[in-house]
Structures are given as structure tokens and as C-alpha cells.
Design a protein around this ligand. Structure first.
Ligand code: WTA
Length: 664
């Protein structure tokens, strides 16, 4: 691995050479995949400069392939991995387990692809998927990929309203969901939420024609499967509610009866869309990040292989949810492209107790483990004893993603979980980047706790100051990238203008990440956090505008401003200032209503931690809210800097006096 590190340094120090070698580097990697037709011309063609015309990235023009074929058929037939386990699935309840081999996965994906075709889904159509962490979620996404349909997975923790917004934006004609699932001891009636989303879509003039529902909690038996259109029997979960509308609803299991397990893949052009995944945008409206077939396939496969130092005998476990990009790239696409065996876990790190993760590590001899700083900080609170109850001898590499990891959590992960044996790969990337962009290579890159270290091959970062000048040597500023890599996003679905404005307008010639970054004297990159109006709560990006608009939709709220306040486990928590309408009194009932309103509009991850009654907000003379000042108030920091532009400085003192000190 040491030579890999020299290559990593080399690529970073000589950006112009990177362009040359990247075609050869990726070209060699591409040889391991199946192409129906070979690519012609340049490996990577692009324009990153708005002043020179439209932004575009094209990878392997002229080539055609199918990503599902490469993940499954190629592994089963060419690599003879048919009997290898693709996933060990573990349910929320200990003991609820199953496994699926590559051959079985291929058959089940083909069957479901035929089901989708029988429902009229064609290449280029968009399918929404709103499911818990079950093998069928992987099956649904790969079935879409097999027939060239675009999947749009919506995290099952999102609300009906959020699902509706995403369905409308992507104009999906079909929704795939499940009856319900448990998170710890909490039942989520998913079908109920899906139905509400579809009702809202109808109200907005967009009727979704079909909804396929998997019976996950109301486990399937032969006779219920044959009972075609009926809703599932409520057996083990008396509180499960499964409304059924025979005009729209279809049963996953019934549809499978008689579906063939052979399905010729649809050969797609390199730049055909593979999926849309929504990520928060600073305007409050989520952006549909679009990824395409070939570049994403090569990039996720290669980053997975090198960043986790993948070996065929590995048992790999990424604890993310497939509803986020980490799950897309590093549960489904990257690992399967390598023929890896993964753990797919439905549950929580704390259920039924805080040793659950380590128990699973020992039981399955997990070698590579990938989680988020928020999970590490959560477990750290319980000390080392729950970890040390288990041996963890199998572990070789530990990964982290989602937010900056504080050195204290890094050291606990390294010392306690990995017992100083396992390198930590702190991987910085985004929904937009498709895969890791700044990351160490295990056992090759010397680590520094809290630094994502250096760029991956072909990635050329720069740090800019406010005027857009590139800073050399040790410096701090905006993190940008100077050229694309195969897995970078191609556009915002249905909104090229927004793509250009969000990522390329501020500094022409660069992709702007929205993150701040520092480079130290040794050239290491340290992410300092978002520099736009985005918050990172438990590794999930949220826009302040999104939460504010959920708050002002309440009739008693005239204005709202939301800022982040540091939180020991979640990284950031939501601190909300609300100005009430004339004559409305602030009380606990209203507070509870507001909290509920945000949960219902966005989802549980956006639940406000603090709500403060703010009769006035600090504004500039032109009426702009000074969030910088609000952040100081939320943290009780009196050093406010320059506030001379404030229209009325007295509101600041008032807000300090009425600060919230306890979470709602
Ligand atoms: C943050 C998640 C520091 C960052 C894969 C980024 C990180 C945003 C790291 C993207 C890391 C992710 N160190 N910050 N290792 N990884 N981030 O789109 O602010 O959900 O812009 O993708 O998470 O979040 P997203």
C-alpha cells in the first residue's frame, strides 16, 4: 500500500499530470468490467468553467454497459462467485437473520425487473423507493438499474410531505414501499406515510398510478401470497396499519408469482442516468443530484477497493442507511462491483443494547467497518466496557464519514474499538461527489486524527479565498475541485440552472463544495464544516431554510431563523428562533406543536432541539437576518464581533436574556 500513497501524493502535487494519467489509470480499471460497446475518444471530457459555456462532464463516451450486469451477472458467471454471500441481513430484532448469495440476488433482481416491466416501467422512467433496510431495497434499486429505469430512493425516516415533494420533483410514476418496520422498539407505519404522500401528490395534480408494497412485518406465507389483492394479515404486529387501495396498491409478493428469473439487461450509454438522490439545498428545496452509469460504477468500485483495502475474504459492514449516498455507493454499488460480502443491518447501534454493533462484528467476523462520527460519539458515552465485552479480533480497517470527526472521537475509535491495530479512513465526500474524494489509504497514508488527509486519485482540490484566489501552502478557505473525476454528479435533475448556480457560479472554473477547509504545513486537508446555510445533524445535511419554512407554516409564527448549536453526540443541534404573530402568546403547547410540525414536514432528523421565543430578530438595515449573531446567542458567546450594521442592537440583549438552556 505504501506505493499507493506515493502515487496519491504524486497525483496531488502534479495536477497537470493527473489529467494524463487519470485516463490511463481509469482505462485500466475499466478493463475489468463488461462493456457491450467500447468507448471512443477521450476518457473524460468536461467543462468546469461557466465563462466558457455549459458545465458538463462526460465519461467513456460511446461505451454502453449495464451496471446491474457488472455487479451480478459478471460476478456469478465470469468470476464464479455465484455461491458467495452478497449480504448477511440482520433485522432490528436479534436473531432475525438471513443471507443471500450472488446467484440468488441475481435471480431475485431479474424477477423483480420483470415485475417492473410488467407494470410498464421503461428505460428512462423514474421510480421512487421508500423502504427500510431490507434486501428487497437492494433488489428494487438493482432491478431499476437492470432495465435502465432511474431510481430515486427516499430515506424511510423522511416524512410523507418530504416524500411527496421528491415524487413531484422527479415525476415518478411508481412508488415501491413496505408495510412498516421497527427502529428499536418504535414501529414505523411506512405504508400509512406512503399513502399520505400519494394523497398529497394527487391533491397537487400528480396522481401516482401504482404503489408496490413489500410485506416486511406481516411476513409472507404461501396462502397470503396467493390471496392477491388483499392487504396483509396483521400477525406479529397488532399496531401495524396497512391501508389498501386496490386501484393503486399492488403486493410485491403476488407480483412475483410467475415472474421469470431471467431478464436481459438494458444496455445503457455511459452517460444515461442511473439514479437521483435528493440532498438538502440552501434555498430549502431539495436538489435531485443525478449520477450516471459508467463513471459512477468505476468510481464507487475503485474507491471501495482501495480505501477499504478490499480483499476477497473480507466481511464488510457499512452501518449507513441506503436512503443516503453512503448506502448507495458503499452498501450497494461499490461492494457488489467487487464481489464483496457485506452485512446489511436494519437496526440501531443501541438496540437492544449498546453492544449490538460489536456483537455483530464478532458473530460475522467483520473485517472492514464503516460508520459515522455521530454513532462513535453516541457509543463513546457508554464507555469502553460494552465494546470490550466482545473481541473484535477480525477488524482490520475502520472508516468514518458524514461530518468532521473530532480528535477525541477519532482516538476512542482508534484506541478502544480498533485497539490501535486498525487504520482509520476518514473519508470526506458528498452526495454530489458520488464517492470518496479526500481520504487516507489504509496503512499507507500516515494519519492525523480529524484530517481526511489527501485527495483520491484524479481528484485535484484547491483552497480559495473570498476573492477566488488559490491559496498555496498552509491556508484556510473554500474547498473546491479543479477538475472532475468519473463519479461526480452530472446535474440537478430537471434543473440545470440550479446545478450551475449552486456549484459553479461563485468561483468560475471550480466545483464548489460548500465546505470550509484548512491545509496544514504537511499538506493535510482538514474540513472545517459547511460555510453555507446548511447544518449537519448526526451526519445528515439539513438546510436552515427548510426548517424555517416548516416553522412559519404554523399560523402562530410570523418569522423564524434557525442556526446550529454544537452538540456532543449529533455534531450540531437545531436552535430555532421564532417571532410570533401579533397577539399570540408563547407557551409549552405551542412549543410542542412547532416541534411536531417540523417533524411532520421534514422528518424526525429535523426535530428542533431548542425553540426560543424571539419578539425581534437581529437584522441589518436592509432587513437581512444576521445569523452570525444568532449563532453566538445560541452558544451564549458574548464576543459578537462587528455589529455596527444592525438596525436595532437592543434585540440582541433581549435574546441573550431569554436564551434557551434546556432542550425542548
Ligand atoms: C460533510 C455524505 C468532514 C461535509 C457522504 C459534506 C464531512 C457533507 C465528511 C456531505 C468528513 C462528509 N469530514 N465533513 N469525512 N464527510 N462530510 O451529501 O460537510 O450527505 O459537504 O454526503 O457532509 O453530506 P452528504
Amino acid at each position: 500500500m505504501l506505493s499507493l500513497f506515493s502515487l496519491q501524493l504524486w497525483s496531488w502535487m502534479c495536477p497537470s499530470l493527473t489529467i494524463l494519467y487519470s485516463a490511463e489509470f481509469w482505462g485500466d480499471i475499466a478493463k475489468d468490467f463488461f462493456w457491450k460497446t467500447k468507448h471512443t475518444g477521450q476518457f473524460l471530457d468536461y467543462n468546469f468553467d461557466v465563462t466558457k459555456g455549459e458545465i458538463f462532464v462526460k465519461c467513456m463516451g460511446g461505451a454502453s454497459t449495464n451496471i446491474c450486469y457488472n455487479l451480478l451477472d459478471r460476478n456469478v458467471h465470469e468470476k464464479k462467485l455465484g455461491d458467495k454471500v452478497a449480504f448477511y441481513w440482520l433485522g432490528n430484532e436479534p436473531g432475525d437473520e438471513m443471507m443471500v448469495t450472488y446467484r440468488e440476488l441475481l435471480q431475485r433482481v431479474c424477477q423483480f425487473a420483470n415485475v417492473l416491466k410488467s407494470q410498464g416501467v421503461k428505460k428512462g422512467d423514474c421510480v421512487s423507493i421508500y423502504m427500510p433496510m431490507v434486501v428487497e431495497l437492494v433488489i428494487a434499486m438493482l432491478a431499476c438499474a437492470r432495465i435502465g429505469a432511474i431510481h430515486s430512493i427516499v430515506f424511510a425516516g423522511f416524512s410523507a410531505e418530504s416524500l411527496c415533494e421528491r415524487i413531484l420533483d422527479s415525476q415518478c410514476s411508481l412508488l415501491i414501499t413496505a408495510d412498516g418496520f421497527y427502529r428499536g422498539d418504535k414501529l414505523i407505519n411506512l405504508k400509512l406515510l406512503a399513502d399520505e404522500a400519494l394523497r398529497k401528490c394527487r391533491e397537487k395534480g400528480f396522481p401516482v398510478e401504482k404503489c408496490i408494497m413489500l410485506k416486511h412485518l406481516s411476513k409472507e406465507t404461501e396462502e397470503t401470497a396467493l390471496g392477491s389483492q388483499s392487504p396483509p394479515a396483521k400477525r406479529s404486529c397488532p399496531d401495524l396499519q396497512v391501508p389498501w387501495n386496490p386501484d393503486v396498491d399492488l403486493c410485491w409478493h403476488t407480483l412475483l408469482l410467475g415472474a421469470s428469473d431471467e431478464c436481459e439487461p438494458e444496455w445503457c450509454e455511459s452517460e444515461d442516468p442511473l439514479f437521483i438522490l435528493y440532498t438538502s439545498g440552501s434555498t430549502g428545496k431539495p436538489k435531485g443530484v443525478l449520477h450516471t452509469v459508467s463513471g459512477y460504477m468505476l468510481y464507487t468500485a475503485t474507491t471501495f477497493k482501495l480505501v477499504f483495502d478490499y480483499q476477497p475474504e473480507d466481511i464488510y459492514w457499512c452501518t449507513a442507511d441506503i436512503g443516503w449516498i453512503t448506502g448507495h455507493s458503499y452498501i450497494t454499488y461499490g461492494p457488489l462491483a467487487n464481489g464483496a460480502t457485506s452485512v446489511l443491518f436494519e437496526g440501531l447501534p443501541t438496540y437492544p443494547d449498546v453492544s449490538r454493533m460489536w456483537e455483530i462484528v464478532d458473530k460475522y467476523h467483520v473485517t472492514k467497518f464503516y460508520t459515522a462520527p455521530t454513532a462513535i460519539r453516541l457509543l463513546m458515552k457508554y464507555g469502553s466496557e460494552p465494546v470490550q465485552k466482545y473481541k473484535r479480533e477480525s477488524l482490520k480497517v475502520l472508516g468514518t464519514v458524514g461530518e468532521p470527526i473530532n480528535p477525541e472521537a477519532w482516538l476512542w475509535y482508534y484506541n478502544v474499538v480498533g485497539e490501535k491495530r486498525c487504520p482509520i479512513v476518514d473519508t470526506f465526500w458528498q452526495t454530489e461527489t458520488g464517492g470518496h474524494v479526500l481520504t487516507p489509504l489504509p496503512a499507507a497514508t500516515p494519519m492525523k486524527p480529524g484530517s481526511a488527509t489527501f485527495p483520491f486519485f484524479g481528484v485535484v482540490p484547491a483552497i480559495l479565498n473570498e476573492s477566488g484566489e488559490e491559496l498555496e501552502g498552509p491556508s484556510e478557505g473554500y474547498l473546491v475541485f479543479k477538475q472532475p473525476w468519473p463519479g461526480v454528479m452530472r446535474t440537478v435533475y430537471g434543473n440545470y440552472q440550479r446545478f450551475e448556480t449552486t456549484y459553479f457560479k461563485k468561483f468560475p472554473g471550480y466545483y464548489v463544495t460548500g465546505d470550509g477547509c484548512r491545509r496544514d504545513k504537511d499538506g493535510y486537508y482538514w474540513i472545517t464544516g459547511r460555510i453555507d446555510d446548511m447544518l449537519n445533524v448526526s451526519g445528515h445535511l439539513l438546510s436552515t431554510a427548510e426548517v424555517e419554512s416548516a416553522l412559519v407554516e404554523h399560523e402562530s409564527v410570523a418569522e423564524a431563523a434557525v442556526v446550529g448549536r454544537p452538540h456532543p453526540v449529533k455534531g450540531e443541534s437545531l436552535y430555532c428562533f421564532v417571532t410570533l404573530s401579533e397577539g399570540v402568546m408563547y407557551n409549552h403547547t405551542l412549543e410542542a406543536q412547532l416541534k411536531k410540525q417540523v417533524r411532520e414536514k421534514i422528518g424526525a432528523i429535523a426535530t428542533p432541539d431548542y425553540i426560543q421565543n424571539a419578539p425581534g430578530l437581529p437584522k441589518t438595515r436592509s432587513g437581512k437576518i444576521m445569523r452570525r449573531v444568532l449563532r453566538k446567542i445560541a452558544c451564549n458567546e458574548r464576543d459578537l464581533g462587528d455589529i455596527s450594521t444592525l438596525a436595532d442592537a437592543s434585540v440582541v440583549e433581549q435574546l441573550f436574556q431569554n436564551r434557551c438552556t434546556t432542550a425542548v
